[in-house]
Design a protein around this ligand. Structure first.
Ligand code: ASP
Length: 411
């Protein structure tokens, strides 16, 4: 008889549940050191693998994205409006996420854990704006890669992508090579992701065994914080832009975008939701030409929900390891999370991998991700739904601006 394989999300949930059970047993039987010595190392292996793919994935996907926009000049007018809309709404999303995270943190709702066993991290140092600005520009490409300094890695990717476009025909073999290597890394990523149940089981068992039941309440709180921010962003930003820019009532917008948002909620992939988003945009009278440019681009680079999640998770994890974030670091997080969300692929769980980049940037140990890894699917459902709503909202606004421009030109 053929065995039925559980889907990955179900495997992760089972791993989470078993990990909590084992963690609680160890907590109540003084077995925390067992989890630290024999379970956590497997979680660490998983984390190491995640860290290993982050840099190549960021570089390759950003270059791919830029190269595929090669004819952006042709779509110039739609292109720049779209990009400005994406950037502004994502930055607003980061700020909203931050405000909620800081409120929760200041209200003492995020825990400070005592993870003395085996976790070593450098305290984040505060940096002023000008130093940060200078530090974004690399002096040595390989050093940036090997130290995973993500803002530098992004700048390098932008240069490489721009260089390929500028070089034109001659750079085609290089662009093809990048595409091919990207496919290879996507396969490796997919394989590593299949190992996540092991990572989830071992790490959550260790966290619960060393921290006790308190951590479970904290996870519920950080989830609540992210969802409050998701909702506020949707209501504030998308309602306003629908009303002000697209002349559509917010109710109508959400009613018609609803199916795509629900589909995104269950599929946790903006890319997989594309066909449904297209229908939603059409039902909101968005021109096919505009939506077929804006929506695929949005599904790859516009991630407001992911940006919120990354800000909330970063503040939460900083609190967990007792790092007090300075104002400068918060600004860095907003910038990095905006960029990280752009670099996030529109597939399930990608935002969590990119979170490593934000954490790196402010000196929070990437291992901390495992604390929230087990419930990532729950974050992902909400953030993907928001990501998709953001894409549709952009499409209807740009559509309206273009229509106005055409009407003016016709006069
Ligand atoms: N799942 C999200 C999306 O497809 C990306 C993420 O993981 O944040 O939009």
């Amino acid at each position: 008889m053929e065995k039925k394989k559980l889907s990955l999300p179900v495997q992760i949930l089972v791993a989470l549940f078993l990990g909590i059970v084992v963690g609680l047993i160890c907590y109540f039987t003084d077995g925390a050191s067992f989890t630290a010595n024999y379970l956590k190392p497997f979680g660490t292996i998983f984390i190491n693998l995640l860290k290993f793919i982050v840099v190549p994935i960021v570089v390759l996907s950003m270059i791919e994205g830029i190269v595929s926009m090669g004819d952006i000049k042709k779509v110039g007018s739609v292109g720049w409006k779209t990009v400005v809309y994406f950037l502004v709404t994502t930055a607003v999303a980061c700020v909203i996420g931050f405000i909620f995270a800081v409120i929760f943190n200041n209200a003492g709702l995020f825990p400070a854990l005592s993870l003395e066993e085996g976790v070593v991290w450098e305290k984040a140092t505060s940096a002023d704006f000008m130093t940060t600005l200078v530090d974004i520009f690399p002096t040595n490409m390989w050093t940036s890669f090997s130290s995973a300094t993500m803002l530098q890695v992004i700048v390098i990717s932008l240069f490489l992508g721009g260089g390929i476009l500028a070089a034109g025909e001659k750079a085609k073999p290089f662009a093809d090579w990048i595409s091919s290597v990207y496919v290879v890394f996507e396969k490796i990523t997919a394989f590593i992701i299949t190992l996540s149940p092991i990572g989830v089981f071992t790490m959550i068992a260790w966290v619960v065994a060393t921290q006790g039941t308190e951590i479970l309440g904290s996870l519920a709180l950080v989830l609540l914080c992210a969802y409050l921010a998701y909702i506020v962003h949707a209501v504030l930003v998308y309602s306003l832009s629908a009303r002000l820019f697209a002349n559509i009532s917010p109710l109508e917008f959400f009613r018609k975008a609803g199916a795509a948002m629900i589909f995104a909620f269950t599929s946790t992939s903006s890319v997989a939701t594309l066909p449904v988003s297209k229908q939603a945009a059409a039902s909101l009278d968005c021109d096919e030409q505009v939506s077929s440019f804006v929506l695929p681009l949005g599904a790859t680079v516009n991630m407001d929900g992911t940006a919120i999640y990354q800000c909330v998770a970063t503040v939460f994890l900083a609190s967990c390891c007792g790092i007090h974030l300075s104002f400068g670091q918060m600004a860095i997080i907003v910038v990095t999370a905006t960029l990280a969300s752009i670099g996030t692929a529109g597939v399930s769980g990608a935002g969590m991998i990119m979170l490593a980049m934000v954490l790196n940037q402010v000196g929070i140990p990437v291992d901390m991700i495992m604390i929230i890894y087990g419930i990532d699917r729950l974050f992902d459902m909400g953030r993907t739904s928001l990501n998709v709503a953001g894409d549709i909202s952009c499409a209807v606004c740009v559509n309206r601006w273009e229509a106005k421009k055409a009407a003016k030109a016709a006069k």
